[in-house]
Design a protein around this ligand. Sequence first.
Ligand code: SF4
Ligand code: SF4
Length: 415
Amino acid sequence: MPKLTITQIIPNKLCLSCDVCCRFIDDNASLAPIFLPGEIIPKVKPHLDKSCRVKLQPFQDIHACQFFNAGKNKCSIYSKRPFDCRLYPFAIMFDENRKKIILGIDKKCPFSVKAGNEALIKNYFHYLSDLLEKKEIASMIAENPLFIGDFQYDVIQFSYLDTLAKLVINNPEKNGFSAISLKDKDVFDKFFKKIENPDSGRNFVNLFIWKEKNPVWWKQKNEDPEILFEMDSGYIDFNSLKKFPDYVYLRKDLADLKGNRYKHKRASCNYFSKKYKFQYLPYKQDMKNDCLKLFSKWASARKQKFQDLYYHKLLEDSFSAHKLAIENFKTLELTGRVIKIRNKIAAYTFGFELKEDTFCVLLEVCDLKFKGISEFIFREFCGELTGYKYINTMDDSGLENLRISKLSYHPIITS
Ligand code: SF4
Ligand code: SF4
C-alpha cells in the first residue's frame, strides 16, 4: 500500500507549545491514532492494538500516545507518524446518521479557530478534499474503515467525501450487486423489451459502453434486474434517472434529404461524393485501431473548435465508450460502417436496433478535413436501414452545438 503524505500547514512552533495533541481523556479513546498497513514499521508494531490503533498509556491524570515524548512535548516518531496524525486537526468522520462522510476541522486545535487563518484553512480544505476524493486514496481509506471517526459536534464541517462514502457506506458489491458485463446482455435486453417506448438510455449497449464513466450495478430482484447507476455523487436508482430527450427522425427523410429544408445537407453530400475518391464499407474488426486513431484526431479537432469545458470532458469520457463499442461490436450486435479515403479510415458510424421500428445511431466520427463526409456517411447509413421507420440519434447532453446539429436534420420529435 503506498504511503499517504500531505502538506502540513500548522507551524511547528505552535504545535511545540500546545498541549492538545497526543493526549486523550480516557484510555480506550477511539480518537487514538490508527496506523494504515503501509505505515506499520517494526518499531511501531508492538504498540498497536488489533485495530492498529496506538495503545495509550497513563499520562498525568489522563492518557497519552505511547510515542509521545512528554519532556520535549513532541512525537518520538515524528517522521514516521501515521497519516491520521498528519491529517489532524482536519478530520474524516461519519455524519450523525452514518449515511455520509464528512471532512472537517477540530475546533479543539487553536490553529483552527484563530482569527486570520480562515483563507489558509479554506484553501487547505480544497487541497485535502481533492486529494481524498481521488479513487486510489479513497480506496485505500475504505479498506481501513476504522480510520473514519465517529461524528463529533466539535468538528467544523467543510464538505462531504462522496467517493469514500460510495466505497464505505453504499458499496453495491456489499449489497449483492454486480458490475455490468457483456454476459448480462440477455437479461437487460429482455427487461428493456418490456418498456413500451425505450429511449436511447434504456438499453444494454449504452449502459455497457459508458460504464467507465458511470459504472452500472445490478442484481436480480424478482423477475427484473434492479439497476444502480454510479454517479460522482453516489448511486442512483436507474428508474429515477433524468435524461435529456432523444432526437427522433423519419428514416426516409434522412435517407432522401428531399426538399428545401435539406438542401444544405444534400449539397454537402454531393460535394463529398464528387470531390473525393472513397469507399463506403461495412466495419471489420481489423479496422479497430484505425477507428480509435481517428477518434483521437476528431476529438482534438472538436476541442479546438468548441471551448465548452463540459464538452471537452464529454469528449474525453467518450474515448472509452467508443473503444468498448468498437471492441465488442459483434457481441453488442452493432451495425458499423466506415468510409475509407486513400485506404485510410476517414469516418465511422455504429448503431443498433432500439426497437422493432427504430434504429439508434450510436456513434459517428469523421475526419472533418473532408468536407461533407459527416452528412454523407449519415445519409448512406440511414439509406441502408430500410427495415426501420425511425432513426433515433440520442440526446444532446444539454450541449448547444449538439442541439443545433441534431435540429438541423428536422426531428419529428424530441422524446
Ligand atoms: S492541536 Fe493543533 S496546534 Fe496543537 S499540537 Fe495539535 S495540531 Fe498542533
Ligand atoms: S504518533 Fe506521534 S503525533 Fe501521533 S499521537 Fe502519537 S505522539 Fe502524537
